[in-house]
Design a protein around this ligand. Structure first.
Ligand code: HEM
Length: 513
């Protein structure tokens, strides 16, 4: 029985709600908001009741809240990530680990990954033919290869390919409903069983693992075993001779806690597997949604191209990918309209009064980024895909938070933004992109991210040679990077540096849903 203090919401059984949510995550949330208002309660198997917050006032209160008031709730990930990863840490241990990992995802070190991102992108695009292509797979290949090289320091070669193949197969098997629902119910017990079943592969030579079983459950466990065998071997290699390396694995291996102790191999393994999994489907799905919106809005695509051609007359320079304000705004706008998650999860440590409801401690709360990002009280013409929503405007923290917010904000946000700039720039310079006939962009919640159900088919046509300026020679090292600045300003907006708060554009005269 729902407590009287809980907001209203659908009364269907949890499984029925889950199915509706999975089939149309954005639509499901929009529908509940229409039926029950800005604050409503949904129920999902394994998670129980969850209060969704979508009012501008409620979001302001909740979104930037910190360790004192909330725990981050990442329970849905426990069945395929080890429980020692950053995403499960709280309070001081979480803050300390962010300090260790953060620098690798920021500033010059992060931009230094640009040349790797461009090389991988060009290789994958170079194999693509004109015609109808489902973009999910090539986008996924790019993002996994980038992650494995930048985070792990893995070079191209059979080992990288082996991790990639097993990672994709493992995630595919874990994100099917038959694994996901029990995973929600049984949490890390699922992982313990898989670890036991895959032990023979974990102990095997990482470069010559035994063949996989034909029995599905056992095969999934063995995929994980092979991934672990390679991760542990890479950790040992880095401990032996990683002194000069600058990739994230090397930084983690060198990190020490307050007592001067290094991270255990198991902790390292969990952090690495988390980074691999957090960093590829999120970015590849966002790229697919961006391509869909660009193909549907050719005038925006033309503006992106014009900016690229004006900014790089002598050839694309991956180190300067941040100096593309219109492309940056296009990416932000994509994540506003078609985000890969409907919200973030928090667990209340103490009772919270929001929108007139007093919600008890221990309740799961979901600040709904998708609903905030569509809110006509905050955004002018919210349904319209228009990068001008971000040109010269910096939305407030509770108006646009596709990467989450506050102390738990996505660690890889700048990395993902950078990678998307490089991939989209190279792709749009090389190919004309049109929607495949009948493309409807139907979303599906696959495990943790919202992906296009049909793999996002588009029609590609190679552009004339002169429209694909060759990349400029760039230093491939990640360490010694000179700051590159073209001082670019957005050619489509006069005052793109002026800080404007989208929340200020809000409230006055806005429609109420
Ligand atoms: C478009 C791509 C991406 C999106 C939309 C995205 C989104 C998110 C979101 C919504 C969260 C939860 C934030 C919160 O609870 O407030 C998160 C957390 C996280 N993301 Fe991302 N992410 C992306 C790419 C990446 C990449 C490329 C990496 C790493 C290489 C990464 C690593 C992480 C990590 C480690 C966390 C947990 C942070 C913590 O607990 O402190 N993400 N991400």
């Amino acid at each position: 029985v729902r407590q009287p203090s809980m907001p209203p919401g659908p009364t269907k059984p949890a499984l029925a709600q889950m199915l509706e949510y999975v089939r149309d995550p954005w639509g499901y949330f929009a529908k509940q908001q229409k039926l029950y208002g800005d604050t409503f309660t949904i129920k999902l198997p394994g998670l129980g009741e969850q209060v969704v917050v979508a009012s501008p006032e409620g979001l302001k209160e909740v979104v930037t809240g910190s360790y004192e008031a909330y725990e981050r709730s990442a329970e849905v990930l426990r069945y395929f990530l080890g429980g020692r990863a950053l995403i499960f840490q709280e309070g001081m241990p979480h803050r300390r680990m962010r300090k260790v990992m953060g620098p690798s995802f920021q500033g010059d070190r992060m931009r230094g990954y640009g040349p790797v991102m461009m090389r991988v992108t060009d290789e994958v695009l170079g194999r693509m033919q004109d015609g109808t292509v489902a973009m999910s797979e090539p986008m996924q290949e790019i993002t996994i290869r980038v992650i494995l090289q930048c985070i792990f320091g893995l070079d191209e070669g059979p080992r990288l390919e082996r991790v990639r193949t097993h990672l994709v197969a493992f995630m595919k098997s874990m994100l099917t409903p038959w694994a996901f629902v029990p995973g929600l119910l049984l949490r890390d017990r699922v992982l313990k069983v898989l670890e036991r079943l895959g032990e023979s592969h974990r102990r095997a030579d990482p470069d010559a693992p035994p063949p996989l079983s034909r029995i599905p459950g056992l095969r999934h466990a063995q995929h994980l075993g092979v991934i672990d065998a390679i991760i542990y071997d890479e950790i040992e290699r880095c401990e032996r001779d990683g002194g000069q390396r600058e990739d994230i694995l090397a930084l983690l291996v060198r990190a020490r806690d307050e007592d001067g102790k290094p991270l255990s191999k198991k902790e390292l393994r969990d952090q690495l597997i988390m980074l691999m999994l957090a960093g590829y489907e999120t970015t590849s799905n966002s790229l697919c949604w961006a391509l869909y919106l660009l193909a549907k809005n050719p005038e925006v695509m033309a503006n992106v191209r014009r900016e690229l051609e004006q900014s790089f007359p002598a050839g694309f320079d991956a180190l300067a990918a941040n100096n593309l304000p219109y492309l940056g705004a296009t990416i932000q706008e994509t994540m506003r309209i078609m985000p890969i998650a409907v919200g973030v999860a928090r667990k209340l440590k103490e009772p919270l009064t929001v929108d007139g409801y007093t919600i008890p401690a221990g309740t799961l709360l979901m600040p709904a980024s998708y609903l905030a990002q569509q809110d006509p009280r905050i955004w002018k013409d919210p349904e319209r895909f228009d990068p001008a929503h971000f040109l010269g405007k910096k939305p407030g923290p509770s108006a646009h938070f596709p990467f989450g917010q506050g102390v738990w904000r996505c660690l890889g946000a700048a990395f993902a933004d950078y990678e998307m700039r490089v991939v989209l720039a190279r792709l749009l310079m090389r190919f004309d992109v049109e929607l495949a006939p009948g493309q409807t962009a139907q979303p599906l919640l696959q495990g943790i991210t919202i992906s296009p159900i049909d793999g996002m088919p588009v029609v590609l046509k190679t552009r004339a040679e002169k429209a694909v300026p060759a990349p400029r020679e760039v230093a491939a090292s990640t360490g010694t990077l000179e700051r590159v600045s073209t001082g670019a300003r957005c050619p489509f907006h006069a005052d793109n540096d002026a800080p404007v708060d989208a929340e200020a554009v809000a409230v006055a005269g806005g429609r109420k849903r």
